[in-house]
Design a protein around this ligand. Structure first.
Ligand code: LUZ
Ligand code: MOS
Length: 750
């Protein structure tokens, strides 16, 4: 089944926040934000701005009737700055005017005096100064210090991976409408409708039931709207509470880039110990996460870095520690992979360094240490249904690795100024929110009396096609055609207390709830049908808009059944709640079984370097991926390709730059490069690994959103391989992104 949104997407008819018809009296919001990264606010002069014709009101922290607090995990982030600012772009005030143009003019008329304080932009500096978000976390397995003594090879090193801009095509935004009796409706481009509802209620000082959040779909999220869609919606809600008129607030690209957090940059240190037969016996890592000026989701992201610090390898002795370092950057936030990619880059770097020192191929070490069934992860979970080796060896075989390597070797012998490189990148990614209490979802299903069906869930459609998957589940179980099922908007009054659409888990969690609700409906309808067909209940089947008994001798249409069910006063609506079984995690011991299951896969990446210019092309990425039993291979392969491009971008081109004053320099698409059609791999092949799937996944179809992003890490090492082929003196560095500039320097390093 193709994406149910594709028809309206290609016709430009799909609705996003900015497309909504707004009320005639609607007003427009704009944020006034800090022009310095750290300092005391001495004074702000709003008088000229306020006097401008068409400006309704300028809101500040003084207008908050509830709490001026939007922090989720840790309450350390004001909605609007009070006496201090902690990052360049921090919201200070909210201008509401008759038009966007007037609001913009008014913003330019505001003057501010700030007494500047020292600015920290890097995690290393924050650590030196003892500036942290919270206490560090450590995972450990076995005993690393004793083991290093017995290792033939012990290597230490340092890595850096930079942040990444989400670049959702639709910027952050909302449209907020007053209802009666002080209730407010918020239409928001958020991955977390409940988070918006809860935070708005807290800031406005009203109960959650007075706030309804509705989400149609997002033009991309990638984690950037898990936590950071909230402040804009809350600002507009404060204005609506006061003015009793609708307020629309959609950020322009510059404001969005400047004011929102990104993927966390990480500075990391590793120590790896191997035996003479290349077994990794011990691994230590220290991760310095650049969290930015407030916690946001940083502690949870730090945790996932630890969960994925050993990637697809079994290492019997592990000690990993992560520090969430407080700096004066915008609070960094969720981004596809959620700290996992940053962790995996470090172990891959450690292996690359070891291979270089020992004088073997990186893949020899990778292959010698792949996870086996019943191996223990450092967090205590025992790996089961492991596909690490199966995906590795089937990639080698299906893509004829030896032949590929030979071609590259020959090419490199024949060519002076062009060199090719290759890498293998295995991935293992845990599926579930690492915070166990978040792993739940609900679905509300109505069968209307004409037989058509409406499905509401907590899932937010953000281009990942989760609605298509939800429709497939409902359609399968109810045995009706796709045109009879409609996916409703995601709305907090229909499905409450939702977890954000995140952690690759949205289809699993919400899909299971849809499955449960549909099964309950079928159970009731089966009784009605059995009576109508004078048959035993267990012989009743639902398929193709018909209800029939085994023999198919006798059947009735879905519509007739529903009509009869109405007459018999059978409930045609059902609400179901799903909570992932089995999982648990004890943070006091840092041990448990946090993941429902893992997703595996292996990518082979080949690149060609232009050794005169430092440019490169990704020739091909060939992947064997563990989809389980994919319920929609078209959609799932689309997810793999998109994630891969995003991962390659993070590792190669996308370079976020702040100056030492904490001002974002890469503040437009002229200075921030994302992979386009030219820089994407020339060839991408994705082959599904043949497996039985996993019962914990929806219809045994495994989560697919985040894991394939980490195939992109392979691009870094393929480029590194090619650089080394040109310049044997190049000393391996692990400093992502590997931009053409850095490649050029590496090529001519003495
Ligand atoms: N969001 C979250 C996530 O709140 N918890 C998680 O474990 C997670 N993992 C991946 C992506 N988003
Ligand atoms: Mo996320 S990184 O919002 O799944």
């Amino acid at each position: 089944m193709k994406n149910i949104d594709s028809f309206t997407h290609v016709r430009g008819e799909s609705l996003f926040v900015d497309d909504l018809m707004i009320r005639q009296d609607a007003l427009f919001g704009l944020c006034f934000d800090s022009p310095k990264a750290h300092g005391k606010i001495i004074s702000v002069d709003y008088t000229k701005a306020e006097a401008l014709e068409g400006v309704e009101k300028i809101f500040t922290y003084k207008d908050v009737l509830g709490e001026n607090q939007i922090g989720g995990i840790i309450p350390d982030e004001p909605l609007w700055a009070e006496n201090e600012v902690h990052f360049w772009g921090q919201p200070i005030a909210f201008i509401v005017a008759k038009t966007e143009a007037i609001a913009k003019k008014a913003r330019a008329l505001i003057t501010i005096k700030i007494e500047e304080l020292p600015v920290i932009t890097t995690a290393k500096e924050a650590k030196e100064k003892g500036s942290f978000i919270n206490a560090p976390r450590s995972f450990s397995l076995g005993n690393t210090s004793d083991t290093f003594k017995d290792c033939k090879y012990v290597l230490e090193g340092e890595t850096f991976s930079n942040g990444q801009e989400h670049l959702y095509i639709e910027t952050q935004g909302c449209y907020v409408i007053p209802q009666e009796n002080g209730s407010i409706k918020i239409i928001s481009s958020t991955q977390g409708p409940t988070q918006v509802q809860k935070t708005a209620a807290k800031v406005l000082g009203i109960p959650m039931h007075k706030i309804e959040v509705d989400v149609i779909r997002l033009g991309g999220g990638f984690g950037g709207k898990e936590d950071q869609a909230t402040p804009w919606a809350v600002m507009a809600a404060v204005a609506v509470q006061y003015l009793n008129k609708p307020v629309k607030f959609v950020l322009n690209r510059h404001d969005d880039l400047r004011m929102t957090g990104k993927r966390h940059p990480y500075s990391s240190f590793f120590k790896i110990g191997l035996t003479k037969d290349l077994k990794i016996k011990a691994f230590e890592a220290e991760f310095l996460q650049n969290s930015g000026a407030a916690a946001d989701l940083s502690p949870a992201i730090a945790e996932r870095t630890l969960f994925h610090a050993t990637n697809s390898y079994f290492i019997p002795n592990v000690k990993t520690t992560v520090y969430s370092c407080k700096t004066n950057l915008p609070p960094n936030t969720a981004f596809r992979g959620f700290g996992g990619p940053q962790g995996m880059f470090v172990i891959e770097s450690a292996i690359a360094k070891a291979a270089d020192k020992i004088g073997v191929d990186k893949k020899e070490i990778q292959e010698a240490n792949l996870l086996n069934e019943n191996d223990e992860f450092s967090y205590g979970q025992i790996a089961t249904e492991v596909q690490a080796k199966k995906s590795w060896f089937s990639a080698k075989e299906k893509f004829e690795l030896e032949k590929l390597e030979k071609e590259i070797e020959d090419f490199n012998k024949e060519n002076q100024l062009y060199k090719k490189g290759i890498s293998l990148m295995p991935i293992t990614f845990g599926i579930s929110f690492t915070n166990t209490p978040m792993n739940h979802a609900r679905a509300l299903i109505h069968i209307y009396q004409d037989g058509s069906v409406g499905v509401s869930t907590g899932a937010v459609e953000m281009g990942q096609s989760v609605n298509t998957k939800m429709l497939q589940v409902a359609q399968d179980i109810l045995g009706i055609s796709a045109d009879k099922v409609k996916l409703e908007t995601t709305n907090t009054t229909r499905v409450a207390n939702t977890s954000p659409s995140a952690a690759s888990s949205t289809a699993d969690l919400n899909g299971k709830a849809v499955e449960m609700a549909c099964n309950s409906l079928i159970e009731r309808l089966t009784k009605v049908a059995a009576k109508m067909l004078s048959s035993d209940e267990k012989n009743i089947h639902f398929k193709d808009n018909f209800v029939f008994i085994d023999t198919k001798k006798s059947s009735l249409s879905w519509e007739i059944l529903i009509t009869q069910a109405m007459l018999e006063r059978i409930a045609l609506s059902e609400n179901a709640h799903y909570a992932t079984p089995i999982i648990d995690f004890d943070k006091s011991k840092e041990k448990g079984h946090p993941f429902a299951y893992h997703v595996y896969g292996t990518a082979i990446t080949t690149v060609t370097l232009d050794c005169l210019r430092g440019n490169y092309e990704i020739d091909s990425v060939k992947i064997v991926h563990d989809f389980g039993k994919s319920m929609n291979l078209g959609i799932d392969i689309g997810q793999v390709e998109g994630a891969l491009a995003q991962g390659i971008g993070w590792m190669t081109l996308e370079e976020i730059a702040y100056n030492k004053d904490g001002r974002l320099l890469s503040n437009a698409l002229s200075t921030y490069k994302v992979p386009d059609v030219f820089s994407s791999p020339k060839t991408i092949v994705t082959i599904p690994l043949e497996t039985d799937g996993n019962e914990m996944a929806i219809q045994k179809s495994k989560a697919v959103g985040e894991p394939p992003l980490m195939y992109g890490i392979g691009a870094y090492f393929a480029i590194q391989h090619a650089v080394k082929a040109f310049n044997p003196n190049y000393k391996l560095k692990f400093h992502a992104p590997f931009t053409p500039e850095k490649v050029l320097m590496s090529l001519y390093e003495k």
